[in-house]
Ligand binder design. Structure first.
Ligand code: ATP
Ligand code: FE2
Length: 336
């Protein structure tokens, strides 16, 4: 193919357009994230936001790369999982571009896209993936042509948990980065911290995880007079070590020696450090992609679209409906 692949991401709070060049090399996205004044994200309001900003964002992306729309030879979009109204906006834009330009349409799995951009950026071959985002928390490994979920959250995603906890303290979405900052500041003031009085429930349930109890208990610590910084630190330590423990067991079980972080929470420096320490102890390596490719981005959708297209898969109009509940292991993986 001598043309570029456009990727459209719209699973939740972010609308993002990204590109891969004719050889499949990723180029940074143009994104816009809805940030509600108060409360959580309302799916229909987010969808309205996506509709409003779409054409300006796409224009910006093309301009920034000195391309015209006719340089695009295929269009990929997040088919799921995600919020229905948001997914439908991305799918509708993709169908429109595909039919107007007469180019292939490729509906892709958002979770698999997080994995493939990570492999591309980090150059790892066969990792166990710790996928930690707002809506998802999964430990994944590739076995027999699929990305299999070896463990996952039984209730809310770790990012949602952090965001909800932050919201109770008046911190707007996304709360994860603010919690990271508060925890780091508190640690700088308390260089030899003790968990005494700051214990929280442990989120591990066999190979799975559960975070809602951790959040409630963290709120109770605040009610009992502990400082916000101390509780943010404890919350990170508890929630992240639970994820790292499940990932470590997945590595031991599958015999794999690479760990790859993905999803928005993978931006967190403390989580990255914990993963590095665990991997080192196992004589393995931990990888984390650049932050712009951890959070939701159109580039990862373009990358997976490119891979799917190279392997002969395109999406017909009849198959192009979104699937809010698409699972990581539903998508066959035919590339190396
Ligand atoms: P998915 O659809 O894959 O669940 P998502 O819609 O949650 O993705 P992402 O951009 O992958 O979107 O992740 C956003 C989440 O990442 C938010 O919950 C946000 O608080 C969290 N996050 C971002 N940066 C950090 C950070 N530095 N530390 C902790 N959490 C972070
Ligand atoms: Fe995501």
């Amino acid at each position: 193919m001598d043309k570029w692949t456009l990727g459209i991401e719209s699973t939740a709070h972010t609308l993002s357009f990204g590109l891969t060049d004719p050889s499949g090399t990723p180029f940074p996205s143009c994104s816009d994230t809805v940030s509600p004044d108060e409360g959580g994200i309302h799916p229909r309001e987010a969808a309205d936001h996506h509709k409003e900003v779409a054409s300006v964002l796409l224009g910006k992306l093309l301009l920034q790369n000195e391309l015209s729309i006719t340089d695009i030879g295929a269009v990929a979009y997040s088919q799921g999982p995600g919020l229905g109204p948001c997914l439908r906006v991305g799918a509708a834009i993709a169908r429109g571009i595909s039919s107007r330009l007469g180019i292939p349409l490729i509906g892709v799995n958002h979770c698999v896209a997080h994995i493939e951009i990570g492999r591309d950026q980090c150059g790892c071959v066969d990792p166990v993936l710790l996928y930690v985002s707002g809506g998802n928390t999964q430990v994944i490994a590739r076995l027999e042509g699929r990305y299999r979920v070896l463990g996952e959250t039984l209730d809310i995603g770790i990012g949602n948990m952090l965001d909800k906890f932050a919201r109770t303290q008046g911190i707007p979405f996304p709360g994860g980065p603010v919690i990271e900052k508060l925890a780091a500041q508190w640690l700088a003031e308390n260089p030899n911290p003790s968990m005494d009085g700051l214990e929280l429930p442990y989120a591990v349930r066999g190979m799975d995880l559960a975070f809602s109890g951790v959040m409630t208990a963290a709120q109770r610590l605040l009610d009992s007079g502990k400082s916000l910084g101390a509780v943010c630190w404890s919350l990170q330590e508890h929630a992240f070590s639970a994820c790292v423990e499940v990932a470590e067991r997945a590595m031991a079980h599958t015999g794999k020696s690479e760990l790859l972080l993905g999803g928005g929470v993978a931006c967190n420096m403390r989580l990255r450090k914990m993963c590095e320490l665990m991997a080192e102890e196992r004589e393995s390596i931990s990888f984390a992609p650049p932050r712009m490719y951890c959070i939701d981005n159109g580039t990862m959708i373009a990358k997976l679209g490119f891979l799917e297209l190279q392997n002969g898969r395109i999406t017909t109009y009849a198959e192009s409906a979104i699937d809010q509940y698409l699972r990581t292991d539903q998508t066959p993986i035919s590339w190396a």
